[in-house]
Design a protein. Structure first.
Ligand code: PRX
Length: 656
């Protein structure tokens, strides 16, 4: 099953109305209501967001200015004082939610734990005091490199509570990748675990931290905190490393949330782009809190009785916004799962749905394709009748996968909510509101109220219906990233300069191509830059190329994405070798392992093709379009007249 094509999308005419019963009880009940909200927000975005901020969140002090927009730099709720950990915890304690399950954790192998709001609050306060005792102060950055355990959420909330921005690094990244991020973020402390479960094995997280910090490679780090999770032997560096449980003992649970400026940094999260090293995407407090709160509430129609489960990892934006902050700010019950869909236990996820009576389930198309492959008898063996809404995110969902999800998992009764967004956007941008908007399989439907999206050409002119173009956002929104950490120029260049309207207007563009159909539905086609999406993980081709070139055997590398039935895309690397090296199966293996070491297993090339030369233009630019064609076994199409040396292409074709 491959990515949707323009043809398949144009043929997609199915329309699914929101079920009447669902609409009756939904936060947003009809298309009319959505349209009114949308129009109101468009007419006066500041008033729209200000009303919501007032109604939905607790502020220690109200803002003076709703939006300060100095393109491309936005500030929201300027002068307001707020703390997201207060909004996620304290404010629920004076209501009936005090003893409601805040976090349900289903661990491996067979562990589980439930924390009520009161319990989670207590743990967060204690841990915040631990951080303070270690000298962490407001503004200090804290690295978090954790498995999917409650302590990951506790650590994030504790950082937010004392105003120390966190930078969570996905536990699947290697020591090298972790080191780069800790250095860039100038982290003062790292929180990790001895190990974590990934599929059926233990990942030695602490060993990776040791490697990352080896030889004082990250000089800003003063302390490492370690959660005991898997209990294998690990090295504890005297004076630097401490067990979480030792330090937490006897610590006071009294730690009032620090009133933060609305625009104080909440976190940095690194993400790949088409150039350079991963960028530190900066999100701030007030706008992000409001945006994740309201998007989750309306797009997933979150109700107080729901058990909500997002299968992402906290190391990605989906985990930040929609496992931790969005759900807890709403006072919801959020489920965190340490496992992953896998061949050795194909029914595991459905067991969890049945065990906890999950109502809202949010996952990625790559997982859905894996479920399809494992067979529908697994979900059918479980009682999934508690489900009432299904979400998807991460890549375009092909209509067949959408239909399977709808039919087999949702029993034909649950709206499918396809949410388009990015690390940079903070929260959902284009998404159905499930009680209001009829869905079409493969379309994320309409923009969220307050979000002005369009499909444009390079000069910012709207293109005709059903014509492909660049997906842009025309007005700032509260959840938008504020800058690239330490590099505001890069922020401007990366997101605001590709599309150049003649009137000088600033349009946000972050790499996706899309089209809008005659009914106004948005169909996201995927990245139009050198970013590839492997199993929902975003990877810059250049990062993988740099990893390859850092191996002594490699002279030059060019990486492209090829269609993959399960992962959506796979990494295909073309490599030319230094003269004293010869191509071999062993070297191919070694290079793959080298990429894993440099970045992590998610970036391991599916295939490496050795070549004597790269197809280049006369000015020396690698013609990736040709490589993409070659890698996916297609005819090389389009103009090849600018090629410097045709024989390179002929050779590559011959041996493909
Ligand atoms: O190409 C789009 C794709 O994922 C990219 C963002 O990746 P990341 O920042 O890692 O965030 C992933 C989770 C929000 C986008 O530029 N993408 C995400 N959701 C969708 C999608 N493509 C199509 N449809 C979606 N629903």
């Amino acid at each position: 099953m491959s990515q949707p094509t323009i043809e398949s999308i144009l043929q997609e005419k199915r329309l699914f109305q929101p079920p009447a019963e669902f609409s009756q009880n939904a936060h947003i009940k009809s298309l009319d209501e959505y349209q009114q909200l949308y129009d109101k927000a468009k007419a006066n975005p500041e008033q729209f967001w200000a009303e919501l901020a007032e109604k939905e969140l607790h502020w220690f002090q109200k803002w003076d200015t709703v939006l300060d927009w100095q393109p491309p730099f936005a500030k929201w709720f300027v002068g307001g004082k707020i703390n997201i950990s207060y909004n996620c915890l304290d404010r629920h304690l004076t209501t009936w939610r005090r003893n409601k399950a805040a976090l349900i954790w289903e661990g491996e192998p067979g562990d589980s734990r439930t924390l009520t709001y009161a319990q989670l609050h207590r743990e967060v306060c204690q841990f915040a005091n631990v951080l303070k005792q270690l000298g962490v102060q407001k503004g200090d950055r804290v690295g978090i490199y954790m498995p999917m355990i409650p302590e990951a959420a506790i650590a994030m909330l504790a950082c937010a509570r004392i105003g120390a921005p966190h930078t969570v690094v996905f536990g699947g990244f290697s020591a090298e990748a972790l080191r780069d991020r800790l250095i860039d973020g100038e982290a003062k402390l790292v929180i990790t675990a001895d190990g974590g479960w990934r599929k059926d094995a233990i990942v030695a997280l602490k060993d990776e931290v040791d490697k990352a910090l080896d030889n004082d490679a990250v000089p800003t780090i003063e302390n490492v905190l370690v959660v005991k999770r898997t209990s294998q032997n690990i090295h504890m560096e005297p004076g630097r490393d401490h067990w979480w449980h030792d330090l937490q003992q006897g610590v006071s649970a009294d730690c009032p949330a620090e009133p933060m400026d609305s625009e104080d940094m909440l976190f940095i999260l690194y993400t790949s782009g088409s150039t350079g090293k991963p960028k530190g995407v900066v999100h701030t407090t007030g706008g992000y809190n409001l945006y994740t709160h309201i998007t989750l509430k309306w797009a997933f129609d979150l109700q107080d009785t729901d058990v909500y489960w997002c299968t992402a990892d906290v190391g990605w934006i989906t985990g930040h916004s929609y496992i931790v902050y969005g759900p807890l700010s709403n006072g919801a019950t959020t489920l965190m799962y340490e496992g992953a869909p896998r061949a050795s236990n194909p029914g595991a996820l459905w067991e969890v749905v049945e065990k906890y009576g999950v109502n809202i389930f949010y996952t990625a198309p790559t997982a859905i394709r894996a479920f399809i492959k494992m067979g529908e008898h697994h979900p059918k063996a479980r009682n999934l009748s508690s489900l009432r809404l299904l979400g998807t995110v991460g890549e375009p969902i092909n209509p067949e996968a959408w239909m399977w999800y709808y039919r087999v998992i949702g029993g034909g009764r649950c709206p499918v909510v396809d949410t388009w967004w990015q690390t940079e956007t903070g929260g959902f941008m284009i998404t159905p509101l499930p009680g209001a908007i009829p869905t079409k399989p493969g379309s994320a439907t309409f923009p969220f109220p307050g979000i002005l999206t369009d499909i444009v050409d390079l000069e910012g002119n709207s293109v005709e219906d059903n014509q492909g173009g660049y997906l842009v956002v025309k007005h700032p929104w509260p959840g938008m990233m504020r800058t690239v950490y330490g590099d505001p120029d890069r922020f401007r260049r990366t997101y605001w300069e590709h599309i150049q309207p003649k009137d000088g207007q600033y349009l946000y563009f972050a790499g996706d191509g899309a089209r809008k159909d005659e009914d106004g539905y948005f169909w996201v086609m995927g990245r139009v830059d050198d970013v590839i999406n492997v199993a929902g993980h975003r990877l810059g081709t250049m990062e993988i190329e740099s990893a390859l070139v850092s191996h002594p055997a490699v002279a030059e590398a060019a990486v492209v994405g090829t269609p993959d039935e399960l992962k959506g895309e796979d990494v295909f690397a073309f490599v030319t070798l230094e003269s004293d090296y010869e191509a071999s199966d062993e070297l191919e293996k070694e290079l793959k392992a080298h990429v894993v070491k440099e970045i992590g297993a998610i970036a391991r090339p599916g295939r490496i093709r050795f070549t004597d030369g790269m197809p280049k233009t006369r000015s020396g630019k690698i013609m990736r379009r040709l490589l993409r064609n070659l890698a996916s076994g297609q005819e090389v199409v389009g103009d090849t007249s600018t090629l410097e040396d045709r024989s390179v292409l002929d050779k590559l074709r011959g041996g493909a």
